[in-house]
Design a binder for this molecule. Structure first.
Ligand SMILES: [Cu+2]
Length: 105
């Protein structure tokens, strides 16, 4: 009777461990991640190709999910994972590419 109980325990413990390990490992940009969206005022955007260059620069920041640059209003709306990056890092990437960016309040 006692032997049977021990066998049952040795079988259930490993499967319980692997289940908790699967929960702990989740991708950084998981679909369920809550994104922040910030609109930036972009200075120095004189021609129609500027938004493409600026979008590429902002999209290159790790954690950025989407970038929409609007030439008419000279703004960029960026959705990002706040666990990975922040508005300051995204503004710096744009500024370094030649398009000084400031979060609009
Ligand atoms: Cu341009």
């Amino acid at each position: 009777m006692r032997k049977i109980t021990l066998v049952a325990l040795s079988l259930t413990i490993p499967s319980a461990l692997s289940a908790s390990a699967a929960i702990a490992v989740s991708p950084v940009n998981a679909p369920g991640a809550r994104l922040h969206s910030v609109t930036f005022a972009i200075a120095n955007m004189p021609c129609p190709t500027c938004p493409i260059t600026d979008k590429t620069a902002m999209s290159g920041v790790h954690g950025v999910q989407s970038v929409k640059v609007d030439l008419g209003s000279k703004t960029a709306t960026v959705a990002f994972d706040p666990r990975v990056t922040n508005a300051g890092a995204i503004a710096a990437a744009s500024t370094n590419a030649g398009y000084p960016a400031k979060p609009k309040s």
